[in-house]
Design a protein around this ligand. Sequence first.
Ligand SMILES: *Cc1c(COP(=O)(O)O)cnc(C)c1O
Length: 498
Amino acid sequence: MTPESPVHSERYRRTLAELARRRATDAPTHGGRILSYVYDSGLAELDELAGAAAALVQPVNGLDPTVFGSVASMERDLIAFARTAFHGPDAVGSVTSGGTESCVLAVKAARDHAGLAPGTGSLVLPATAHAAFDKAARLLGVRAVRVPVDPATTRVSAAAMAAAIEDDTFLLVASAPNYPTGALDPIGEIAEVATARALPLHVDACLGGFALAWWPQPLPAWDFRVPGVTSISADFHKYGYAPKGASVILHADRDRHRAGFFATTDWPGYPIVNPTLLGSRSAAGLASAWAITDYLGPDGFAALVAPVAEAAAALRVAVEGIDGLAVAGAPDGPVFAVVADPASSAPIDPHRWSAAVAAAGFTLQEQPSYRQPDGTVLPASTHLTVTPVTASVLDDLIGAMTVGAERARGQAPAAAPDALTALAQAFVDGALTVDDALALDSASTAAALVAAGIDPHTDPSDAANALDLPAIIAAIEALPREVTAKMLAEFLASYANP
Ligand SMILES: *Cc1c(COP(=O)(O)O)cnc(C)c1O
């Protein structure tokens, strides 16, 4: 950098200082204080390495690996890394921008490979599978059939999956593990159904694939070792410790992979060959993930996962030791959810508990209750994602969880704001239909939010305006789900738009 470089100009420094000021208002991404969204390895050099790798490829366009050879070679390495980890020596695939894109591509590839008539086709998936598959179904014009899980184990049964298969079903989906409760679906049994019915089976390992691959305790087989598993998605930006923007979709079969592509020469411009959903694409996520896997290697991954497994086990023991709380189902991996213990004479509301734990310094993630298609209910829960850095704050976290339980004990679940309760009643009474609500325009929807005391236009950096999350969750539970989805979309649009 020469002294005259613009980097030394007042204006340049002011711009960066302004960004730093804004970043300072964010939730802490390091130090283990937030147990969702971020997957902190605890290794400071990984951040620097990823940043340097992203900077090196900043001007590159990942659209055309024949022009930018580094893109093709890094992608080859990452696919080789992932297929070795998941025991698919001949698997092929594509690096994507994230788990949602990998899941959408899994569905698109299966749909196009099946050669279905437009407007037909269904995928069958457990109720606990990620909502990215609902998004895929919506985008691709197919149906997503959610199969109820056993509320006690939060696992789906292969028989229930088999019973949900329809004439035009083209894909089965299962999770290893699922996001809401961290349970592994019985992949082996579902794969037998898939094989018997000649259907492909996608295993969504977006969340934990790169943790389970080196899990220190034995697990039921869930990857390409299971005959019948035809594709796997896994996020480098979760337990691959890469910055956001990197995931992989792998297929056991080359033709199924190719069916995910979009290619055309039928326009006046350059030939289009898109293995993923994007056109021009950044190579930053790819290069960051490549650098981290190259630097850590499989041994580095194994070393990072060992403390995750230990911390997750210790936290589950701690929860089970608190009267009033329980771990949901039987999670095997790095994430789990906490519910009110139905067997306790004094169950603790998991959202009052997470609010109290937050006051003691740790942010956990609240999840609303969910009524399954068969009417059974997965109760409200609080989700914890355990990462390598969690081990370094384990005692403090267990302390906060214990103190939080004492504070939350005896507190009734939060009620929805009065205006939302009235709104919910209007749906029950039939004074309002879901169609009425969905027909509301943006201004009326925003007005309903503000009337409910949820004003997206307040300054989020002012602590006095902190969102009343338990109340919002209570609203989600009280109102028809399509209506809350619309209201939350309005909320976020207003929140982020000028
Ligand atoms: C995170 C996640 C996804 C979606 O991934 P994004 O990277 O957030 O788009 C899909 N499936 C599971 C199980 C996940 O945990």
